[in-house]
Design a protein around this ligand. Structure first.
Ligand code: SF4
Ligand code: SF4
Length: 373
């Protein structure tokens, strides 16, 4: 039976986090069950963008510190790395406080720049990945994720966090290739099997609700989650957030491939095991694009999915245009303008907009079906 641990921690106080992490790992048999002396261990926090920790966009630096100390305690050599969605690793790490922790703990921060090709013949969706080279230079990986909503994937936790192992704009290519949620989720499921983190930890002391993963609201949840099976950890995380965990795209795909246990088959333990909350849903949690064949989705995309709309508060920074995978956004008259014929509904623009100016508007069919409910 898969075990997922939920421990209580109501502040990011260094000692409180260390204690919660210790309890969590003890429930899983202790850190030495995962890390052996001499192991080089890549800690992969969520550093989507360089924002202060209180915005709840990135994994809190104290979570990174607690895991650094655990790995060192087991005789391992921790390294920290990510490829943020915006800006360089160094800049993002500086702003979100992770650089300071790395310096204080004397741990190397690795910018993901060099790449390596990793074939994956048995992949259900992807047969080859190009990943940050750091991945093959370490013995083990630990995912240190943030508990957040996600406009495209419903939630982002331990598995989605691994998408940061793809370097910079390589991420956009997957959005272009995988327009359907189930395909994108399939890619993430394959990615998790390639990277095989030995541990998945999710920072849910303060998570994010609503318009995640960047523009939602911080939500105090007072928990850390963790386990060996990332699909099980994320499934439980989604349930704690108040969603039907098994219907989240990544969970559904992992279940269909027998890689995830069912919710009823997961043993949930720890001081926070009874905590259940209600996170405001991301706008586009419900969509019909998974239920139809790809050509139909392509044809009816405007009606089946929520469409991104630029609000008047757009500050014309151009970030959405720079990151839109199919280059569907142009800057005109000091405002972003979307060409809906090109838009593939990946919501990268909503994810990255610093002014929360990308709103999602339901497509016609989706509106009708919701009204009929
Ligand atoms: S919509 Fe957002 S990201 Fe795009 S230009 Fe306007 S403010 Fe920048
Ligand atoms: S306009 Fe936004 S949702 Fe559409 S393809 Fe570009 S980034 Fe994705």
């Amino acid at each position: 039976m898969s075990k997922v641990v939920i421990t209580k921690a109501d502040t990011y106080d260094e000692q409180a986090v260390a204690l919660a992490m210790h309890e969590l790992l003890n429930q899983l048999g202790g850190i030495s069950k995962f890390i052996k002396p001499g192991d080089k261990v890549l800690l992969k926090p969520n550093m989507l963008e360089g924002l202060p920790p209180d915005k709840a966009v990135t994994t809190h630096p104290e979570i990174v510190r607690a895991m650094i100390r655990q790995v060192k305690g087991a005789g391992g050599i921790p390294l920290v790395g990510d490829s943020p969605g915006v800006s360089s690793t160094l800049k993002a790490a500086e702003k979100c406080g992770i650089l300071r922790v790395c310096q204080h703990e004397d741990v190397e921060l690795i910018p993901f720049i060099d790449k390596v090709e990793v074939p994956f013949a048995q992949g259900s969706t992807v047969k080859k990945f190009v990943l940050a080279k750091a991945y093959i230079q370490v013995d083990k990986v630990i995912s240190l994720a943030k508990m957040k909503t996600h406009s495209f994937m419903g939630v982002t936790g331990g598995v989605k966090n691994l998408f940061g192992l793809m370097v910079g704009t390589d991420k956009a290519q997957f959005h272009l290739r995988m327009k359907k949620r189930s395909d994108f989720a399939g890619m993430l499921v394959d990615l998790a099997q390639v990277i095989k983190p030995v541990l998945y930890i999710v920072d849910g002391i303060v998570g994010m609700e609503g318009h995640g993963p960047r523009n939602g609201k911080p939500k105090q949840a007072n928990i850390l989650l963790g386990g060996r099976n990332g699909f099980a950890v994320d499934l439980v995380m989604a349930e704690v957030m108040g969603y039907k965990g098994e219907t989240m795209p990544v969970a559904a795909k992992a279940l269909s491939l027998d890689l995830s246990p069912r919710m009823k088959d997961i043993e949930i333990v720890g001081s926070g095991s009874n905590i259940r909350l209600e996170f405001a849903k991301p706008r586009n949690l419900e969509s019909l694009d998974n239920k139809l064949p790809a050509p139909v989705v392509d044809f009816f995309q405007n009606q089946l999915t929520a469409k991104p709309v630029i609000a008047d508060c757009c500050i014309a920074c151009g970030r959405c245009a720079a990151h839109c995978p199919p280059e569907a956004i142009k800057m005109m008259d000091n405002k972003a303008v979307i060409d809906y014929k090109k838009c593939i509904r990946c919501y990268c623009c909503q994810e990255l907009c610093p002014a929360d100016a990308v709103k999602l508007q339901n497509g016609l069919l989706l509106k009708m079906i919701r009204r009929g409910k």
